[in-house]
Design a binder for this molecule. Structure first.
Ligand code: ATP
Length: 346
């Protein structure tokens, strides 16, 4: 099957003092029909990659292929992609239906056909009854759906989404994440999604590319990225990791190197109340207890040196532990992640 998007040695430098290497020789293959996320901190180059795929930015070197064709030098309108921006960019003076139709009008599609396809697109985003409203009469979530419908109406090969949920409050955002995933499954179009929110990327994506300083550090499924981070950066950026190096690693893992253990894999209990004889154990003191509804977060200073965070489910009837308690952390050695010290080639 032909890949939806292939980026080969894609590079972008911006002039100025000092010059910036925004994208540093990125290679990526995005499969047809995939929900693919580019995840990374602010300034890591995700948006610049997206803009080069859309044609808004010209690469310094390297190529962009869409559906097997090299489109590197083509203008945006000659590429089979559409972009959904965080600020929606709807036309305020047009109705919802006119906004959605817009791309078809530009392409001189006949009026009846335009209406039919715009309605279909509004149904896909579950908003069929609001076609006559203006954008100003919609909620943030509804506006986001209209922007999505407008971008889907041409049935592009790839939909580019640049932090599309960034302007929504948390509750709505979580709701839209579920919807977005369902819509993508329905329409079957490749979604290429930019976010700095690791939880969002983990929830939505078939695969994720983790960006750091213009480079891709790892490509994989949510599970692969979370459970087998390829670099220290990925281990720290995706989820919360307890990273162990130096003497702390030697004391707790038994050998030199860099290791990670996820907070939910650590069991915390009062000293002497050990439960599993096969587990490893370390003594320490609770320096912080944060109750957060379904879970409680414990920060433990170990006698052996490192400070570790443990996350425990609430409601299982365990004793409440207070700050200052002498505790033990317990873990299954198979849950310790070995973090490679040099980035593996992604
Ligand atoms: P964010 O999540 O904040 O949007 P990002 O990962 O998308 O970040 P980019 O917007 O791609 O990052 O920016 C990558 C780097 O390139 C940054 O250092 C940024 O300042 C720089 N940059 C982006 N656009 C330009 C430009 N037009 N001129 C100069 N530098 C730029």
């Amino acid at each position: 099957m032909v890949a939806a998007v292939v980026l080969s040695s894609l590079r972008k430098e911006f002039g100025g003092a000092p010059p910036v290497v925004a994208v540093d020789d990125v290679d990526l293959t995005i499969r047809d029909g995939e929900f693919f996320s580019m995840l990374g901190p602010s300034g890591s180059g995700k948006t610049t990659v997206l803009r080069m795929i859309a044609g808004f930015e010209t690469p310094t070197s390297g190529t962009v292929q869409l559906g097997g064709e090299d489109v590197t030098t083509r203008p945006p309108y000659a590429r089979d992609v559409n972009t959904v921006f965080q600020d929606y960019a709807l036309f305020p003076h047009m109705s919802v239906l006119e906004n959605v139709e817009y791309g078809l009008r530009v392409k001189k599609v006949a009026r009846a056909e335009r209406r039919r396809r715009a309605m279909e697109s509004l149904e896909q985003v579950r908003l069929p009854e609001l076609g006559s409203r203006r954008p100003g009469q919609l909620s943030g979530g509804q506006r986001q759906r209209v922007a999505l419908a407008r971008a889907l109406v041409n049935q592009p090969r790839v939909l580019l989404l640049d932090e599309p949920l960034g302007a929504l409050d948390l509750k709505l955002r979580e709701q839209m994440q579920v919807e977005l995933k369902a819509i993508q499954r329905d329409v079957g179009i490749t979604f290429l999604f930019v976010t700095h929110d690791q939880e969002e990327a983990l929830t939505l994506s078939d695969r994720i590319a983790v960006f750091n300083a213009g480079r891709v550090e790892q490509v994989g499924t949510a599970r692969e990225i979370y459970e087998q981070p390829a670099t220290q950066f990925v281990a720290g950026f995706v989820g919360t990791s307890n990273l162990l190096t130096g003497p702390g690693a030697v004391a707790l893992v038994g050998s030199e190197g860099t290791y990670g253990i996820r907070p939910e894999k650590l069991l915390v209990h009062a000293r002497g109340a050990a439960r599993d004889s096969a587990a490893r154990r370390a003594a320490g003191r609770l320096v912080e207890v944060v109750y957060a509804g379904p879970v409680t977060r414990y920060v433990v200073d170990l006698d052996a040196g490192p400070r570790l965070v443990a996350l425990q489910q609430n409601g299982s009837g365990g004793p409440e532990l207070e700050r200052g308690t002498e505790v033990e952390l317990e873990w299954d050695p198979s849950h310790v992640i070995t973090v490679p010290s040099a980035p593996a080639s992604a």
